[in-house]
Design a protein around this ligand. Structure first.
Ligand code: SF4
Length: 205
């Protein structure tokens, strides 16, 4: 096999490296946007974004990190979350606005340490009310820039609504191929269409 045709196999370490790079990206975004976010009126228990936005996006790399985080939770807690995610997928097909399945009864995030970038880029300098969040223009430009960097970090990934990307990872053949950097199963196309997921390569990476 020549160097150009040799298939690169990702070791589990390289996936861990990707998770570390993801964390570095989140931290860099937090640092870059701190002068804007310091003006936010948001606080624990507000959850307006988690309740009223309806679309929480995730990249495959982020969703895999969330799936692993859930797998390390107590069995009952993980089962409840899986059930809520499955219900969210069904309801999402019928309604536009849904609370996030990870929002707990105290209005706190059940996966806060590994929440996706889509949540990290939400804040408001005024109470949201009916008009929604008010953000700085410069913050928004930075968020778009970091979104592209995130997609570049995950070139074989797909983006879409969080519960849909988690659904994609519930397919053991897809998950195995994604983790091992192998060719995806032939059934992938129909799953992508069902969940309205977009390849990062189609998003300009
Ligand atoms: S993942 Fe967490 S922070 Fe993001 S919308 Fe859901 S509850 Fe809110």
């Amino acid at each position: 096999m020549t160097g150009s045709t040799k298939r690169r196999t990702a070791s589990p370490e390289s996936l861990e490296d990707k998770f570390k790079e993801l964390e570095v990206l989140y931290e860099a975004f937090e640092r870059a946007t701190a002068p804007f976010v310091v003006q936010a009126v948001c606080g624990p228990g507000c959850a307006d974004c988690c309740t009223n936005v309806g679309e929480i996006y995730a990249a495959t790399l982020e969703a895999l990190r969330i799936a692993r985080y859930m797998e390390a939770l107590p069995v009952f807690q993980a089962a409840v979350l899986r059930q809520k995610i499955a219900e969210n997928r069904v309801q999402k097909k019928r309604a536009l606005l849904l609370p996030c399945p990870f929002l707990d009864p105290q209005k706190l995030c059940a996966i806060y340490p590994v929440r996706p970038f889509s949540c990290r880029r939400l804040y408001s300098v005024e109470p949201c009310g009916v008009k929604g969040p008010v953000v700085h223009r410069e913050f928004w430009a930075l968020a778009e820039q970091f979104t592209r960097a995130l997609q570049a970090l995950d070139p074989r990934g797909y983006s879409g609504h969080l519960s849909y990307v988690l659904g994609l990872l519930e397919d053991p053949f897809f998950r195995e191929a994604y983790v091992a950097n192998r060719a995806y199963p032939a059934t992938l196309g129909s799953v992508l269409r069902e969940f309205d997921l977009l390849a990062h390569t189609r998003l300009g990476v």
